[in-house]
Design a protein around this ligand. Sequence first.
Ligand code: NAD
Length: 483
Amino acid sequence: MSTQHYPRIGLLIDGEWIRGGARQTQAVINPATGEQLGEVPIATPDDIDRAADAASRAFPAWRRMPAIERAAVLQRIALAIRRHEERLATILTLEQGKRLTESLHEIRNTADTFEWMAEEGKRAYGRIVPARTPDTDQYVRLEPVGPVAAFSPWNFPAVLSSRKVATALAAGCPVVLKPAEETPGIMVAIAELCTEAGLLPGVLNLLYGVPATVSSRLIASPHIRKISFTGSVAVGHQLAAQAGASGKRITLELGGHAPVIVMDDVDVDRVIELTVAAKFRNAGQLCICPTRFYVHEAVHDRFAAQLTVQASKMRIGNGLDPAVDMGPLANERRVHAMRGFCDDAQARGARIQAGGHAPTDSQAGFFWTPTVITDIAEDAQAMTNEPFGPLALLCRFQRLEDALARANALDVGLAAYAFTRSLRAAHQIEHGLEAGNVSINTYATSAPEMPFAGIKNSGLGAEMGIEGLREHMHSKSVVRAIA
Ligand code: NAD
């Protein structure tokens, strides 16, 4: 499949696709080539209002549908995604840049997400509570909160959007989703599959537009009962203030700056192998990306040397090319950000061991070389602001207590990692790291069945797991006496 098969982007409102018309548009750019893939229509205020209204009108029928029937719709969506995985993965690589194998992985993850929520929606059990008086029953029913406004980013546009959609739908809530304008095609393709799978009109609405206009209007809409956002800390806090002003629930999945503690007892070769795969996945554009490496000084130099060799060997290029190890950054903003981080680090005495620049050959697109930086100052910009790119920042430590204190020094806490063979150290690290997701001896983190939640400025509430479903339901207390 090539560029001409990229889907025509439209808005989906009340079951109708709106493509073209007199709306303003924004170009969608392939980050590997700089070529235009398509155009996104910019939703008008009237489009936004109609989408919220459609979700509100769809709510009674969707919530009344038995959970087992809603589950069947979600299962059909999952099946359709699996059936179309090659086509969907190609769309994802074209607009987002990640390697095709990574896109395929994300699409399978997306199908898993719908499948898991389909099952979990059936298990939204309430509870019976012993009553205080005779001939009385008292119990707690879980009920859907109502229409959800969801905002998802461009780095994992299929799975992060689908976490929000699948959870809301499983709970009985319709959704108005605004995915990122940079990567609009994948959710257009998935929404088409949702419609084919029998989702009722208005249950899933898709908007693209000026992000702040869409979010402020939806959050203020009386039809919307819950907000869900994944993106940067700054925007998340703005939306939380708006949600607070109108007394609405919000779930936030924001940025991180994941530390990695590497103890002196590890198999360095094995840790490097895992690190190269995790660090440079999606060109480092992950909120859980391992970034600040605190390496015990007994193994630091070997770790740095091996990571430098591996990073320098990586082939960067178009993610559709199977020989490529790392694709482009999502847009030009990210390239400028990487340059700023590297220049600042060097100015403060850091040493760039690998990469640290855009590729020297004349590749179109938004590329940055896999970068390894050592001797970096703790107050360098890259150490304090989430780089969201292919930068591995290496620091030494002698005492675990010191590494833990430095790992916890930032005001974010999404993911954190450690490598050690010592049970005592693992115990101390697991208890000591301030992060919502801690992984020891692996870079594996989120799975549909596990809650994904940041602490400190990294988030509010949880996505996925039973916790994520519960955030879309309220508890109704019922006391029923015999008349
Ligand atoms: P950004 O904050 O401008 O945008 C992030 C996402 O939020 C985009 O999809 C954007 O469309 C959306 N957005 C922006 N303003 C919005 C608003 N007022 N209302 C609703 N949605 C809005 O940042 P960016 O330059 O695109 O990305 C860089 C930073 O974003 C990174 O440094 C990283 O911290 C963060 N980010 C985090 C995640 C994540 O998974 N947590 C994903 C993408 C980006």
